[in-house]
Design a protein around this ligand. Structure first.
Ligand SMILES: Cc1ncc(COP(=O)(O)O)c(C=O)c1O
Length: 377
């Protein structure tokens, strides 16, 4: 590589550390049974109706994607219009290869010439990665009791601020920004800053005070982008689809950063079917709602401190032992969780809410690790 000129922006990019795959842990530890509670996945999987729609669309696997994107955006427009009494059209939506890809388009569109992105610490690591990839600077604002500190984020805005990303609920804390706080924030934010609401976990949230970002787009605020996707409640993390809602002017601009055919028609048709499978969505929501409390009780019995969550994962903080030690011991028990060090929380672990059996197994293993294992923790 000596004579090859490299992109200095890329050399500064922190690499994303994903949750460890089940097969890797099986191989490494010689285990047959391994459960993964590390990536906030949907433990019930894809809706059977969505699977059928995906398989049906495979008839055209040899052709380039055709009407899937447009049809999904039509469906989304109808859905949002019914929900918000609005007049959105397909041109208010932009689809990508997961929300991750939509975030990439946004970063590419606004982070150039050293522009700044303001984010909370801790939050989803991809924001910093993308801002760095495009040669920007990330300004991190520490959390306040594990919530976004919106006044401090507003104070951090400079003429160079291009993006301010609000992860709602926030990964990894699971905390929510309420509608009232969004309203106060939106009243004060200057017009040159693009506000990105990452609502990856939207459908899981039960709190009625949640989210009204779409209202601002309905009012014509170009600076607001709302991101939602299909990886979580719809169980399509491996199929890759996410989208942005914005004003038509904003979405048209973002299209310049879109890669042609960024996902396939089977994925779009699966997504459309998933949106219609209300029974499956309810089943997933109900499981998470019930199991959340089961985990709260189990964690309290173990005298552990956790942050009550609005999403499908729980952050355990102030652990009585080193978080890396607990993580590694849990791996030996065949349970994969996530150390939160990569999120800037060295004393914490994030666990996704699984099926009842998986959650029981996690609590059993955790109890054993905390009470029976010897180690450096
Ligand atoms: C806050 C947040 N945004 C985006 C993503 C990525 O979503 P997608 O699978 O749609 O790329 C995740 C995934 O965990 C996430 O937690």
């Amino acid at each position: 590589m000596q004579n090859i000129r490299l992109n200095p922006n890329l050399l500064n990019v922190p690499l994303y550390v994903a949750g460890k795959p089940i097969e890797e842990v099986q191989e490494e530890y010689g285990l047959s049974e391994v459960i993964k509670l590390a990536s906030n996945e949907n433990p019930l999987g894809l809706s059977p109706v969505a699977r059928a729609a995906f398989e049906h669309a495979l008839d055209d696997a040899h052709r380039y994607p055709a009407m899937g994107d447009r049809n999904l955006r039509r469906k989304l427009a109808a859905l949002y219009n019914a929900q918000h009494n609005a007049e959105f059209t397909p041109d208010n939506f932009l689809t990508g290869n997961g929300i991750s890809d939509v975030l990439r388009m946004i970063a590419q569109s606004f982070i150039f010439d050293g522009g700044e992105a303001i984010i909370c610490s801790p939050t989803f690591p991809l924001y910093r990665i993308l801002a760095t990839q495009f040669g920007g600077k990330t300004v991190t604002v520490p959390h306040k009791h594990f919530h976004h500190d919106l006044p401090a984020m507003l104070d951090a805005i400079t003429p160079d601020t291009r993006l301010l990303i609000l992860c709602n609920p926030n990964n990894p804390t699971g905390t929510l920004i309420s509608r009232d706080h969004v309203d106060e924030f939106m009243a004060r934010v200057p017009p040159h800053v693009v506000i990105v609401f990452d609502e990856s976990y939207y459908e899981i949230v039960e709190d009625p005070r949640y989210s009204n970002a779409a209202e601002y787009i309905k009012q014509g605020r170009d600076q607001v982008l709302l991101l939602r996707g299909f990886s979580k409640v719809h169980g399509m993390a491996n199929l890759r689809l996410g989208y942005a809602l914005g004003t038509r002017t904003m979405i048209e601009y973002l299209h310049h950063a879109q890669i042609t055919f960024n996902t396939g028609d089977p994925v779009f048709y699966a997504a459309m079917a998933a949106l219609d499978d209300h029974a499956h969505i309810e089943k997933v929501r109900a499981l998470i709602a019930t199991e959340k409390h089961f985990l709260y009780e189990g964690l309290s019995e173990l005298d552990l401190t956790f942050i009550p969550t609005a999403a499908n994962f729980i952050l355990l903080v102030d652990l009585p032992r080193d978080s890396k030690f607990i993580y590694e011991q849990l791996l030996q028990h065949g349970v994969i969780v996530r150390v939160a060090a990569g999120f800037g929380l060295p004393d914490a672990i994030r666990v996704s809410i699984g099926t009842h059996e998986e959650n029981e197994e996690f609590l059993r293993a955790l109890k054993d690790v905390l009470h029976n294992s010897n180690g450096n923790g």
